[in-house]
Write a protein that binds this ligand. Structure first.
Ligand code: ZN
Length: 204
């Protein structure tokens, strides 16, 4: 097995994703280029998670291309192989579904992800929740930020036991968020009282 980090493939993925996400920006105050998000996800996997698996890092960089750009599955398979494609597909929402159904499905499907899919999902939630805490979209009221972080916590609860460092970093974000956004993260046991709960009676 080739254990060496394939730096060229990772750079190719960064170039590919940068071109695909061209013109897209984050919703934060300064409208960062969208590509910063998948790059930060890959960075967290490498630096915080201490993972140097080329396919996981490549999939992390590509993780939003199917969902948010015109990229096709075939393109990813041709450039980066079937394994990377399968990881990206695992973390891609079905855009034909309503927003709340997509949130619910992430909670439901999290435990069934592969190890590689769980790592990308975990790092994605870490980076997104950290952004919502530190650099949120300007038009998001406090309640929406709290809700987003609670949802992230509910998804991550179904992934725990995958990478202790990434989970500890996520827990640190939850700790800081509770203090600075002045709320309490609710335990997973009460998830069905939330709109994205698997058996919630609320439907979007
Ligand atoms: Zn993402």
């Amino acid at each position: 097995m080739d254990k060496e980090l394939d730096f060229l493939t990772i750079l190719d993925a960064a170039v590919f994703a940068a071109e695909k996400h061209q013109g897209q920006v984050r919703k934060n105050k300064h409208h960062s280029p969208y590509i910063t998000h998948p790059l930060l996800v890959a960075r967290a996997i490498y630096e915080v998670g201490n993972i140097d698996d080329t396919r996981i890092l490549t999939a992390a960089i590509l993780h939003d291309t199917l969902e948010d750009t015109r990229t096709t599955e075939q393109e990813i398979a041709d450039h980066f192989g079937e394994k990377v494609l399968s990881i990206v597909l695992e973390v891609t929402d079905d855009k034909s579904e309503e927003k709340m159904d997509r949130k619910r499905n992430q909670v439901i499907h999290a435990p069934n992800l592969s190890y590689e899919g769980k790592i990308v999902k975990l790092a994605d939630k870490l980076i997104n929740c950290r952004d919502i805490l530190n650099d949120p979209p300007e038009d998001w009221p406090l309640e929406r930020r709290r809700d987003y972080i609670q949802w992230g916590a509910d998804v991550v609860e179904n992934i725990r036991g995958t990478n202790s460092s990434l989970e500890a970093a996520f827990d640190q974000v939850l700790f800081e968020a509770q203090g600075r956004l002045n709320f309490k993260i609710l335990p997973y046991e009460s998830v069905d009282e939330r709109p994205w709960g698997p058996n919630s009676s609320e439907f979007s």
